[in-house]
Design a protein around this ligand. Structure first.
Ligand SMILES: Cc1cc2nc3c(=O)[nH]c(=O)nc-3n(C[C@H](O)[C@H](O)[C@H](O)COP(=O)(O)O)c2cc1C
Length: 147
């Protein structure tokens, strides 16, 4: 079965009356459990308006995961922007990493052309992937330095 990668955008419908961090942690926690089981890797980015996520793995497993994600009421308007067979994984060490915008990663966001919010009108799958991979790399370097 070929390796496959899917990227989508969606509208953030997290509960705005509650803190964001625990809601995101819940998503990442179930994602890590399920994705490890299904051998899916990837990254999730978000802001107050949108999510964008990359999922990679065996093709059927990716589509099965996507089918569950599609039904999730924590977001709406899920739209695939890229889905293709690929040669290799880009997030081999992340079952589901949070590509977070913070002090350590801000430079990467600006340099790769993400001045403000995630914008499906202007952001190509290629640029999203480029940024996600760069942030995964920053995360890895920080882990290594901390070790
Ligand atoms: C933005 C977003 C990203 C998600 N990413 C994943 C994911 O990568 N893997 C996954 O299994 N579930 C993911 N989920 C959660 C699924 O929608 C769903 O709640 C979960 O897979 C159900 O798992 P369960 O059937 O084991 O309870 C995500 C949900 C949201 C809102």
């Amino acid at each position: 079965m070929p390796l496959f990668r899917l990227i989508y955008f969606s509208e953030n419908h997290l509960d705005t009356s509650k803190r964001v961090t625990p809601q995101l942690s819940a998503i990442l926690s179930i994602s890590n459990t399920n994705n490890r089981r299904d051998n899916i890797t990837g990254a999730l980015m978000f802001d107050d308006l949108r999510f964008t996520q990359a999922l990679e793995g065996e093709r059927d497993a990716v589509w099965r995961t996507y089918a569950r994600i599609l039904e999730d009421e924590r977001h709406r308007g899920v739209t695939v922007i890229d889905a293709r067979a690929v040669e290799k994984r880009l997030f081999g060490n992340w079952w589901m990493g949070l590509a977070q915008r913070n002090r350590a990663t801000e430079q990467a966001f600006v340099r790769t052309g993400f001045p403000g919010r995630l914008d499906p009108q202007t952001l190509s799958a290629e640029r999203i992937l480029g940024l996600m991979v760069e942030i995964a790399q920053i995360g890895l370097e920080r882990e290594l330095r901390a070790a």
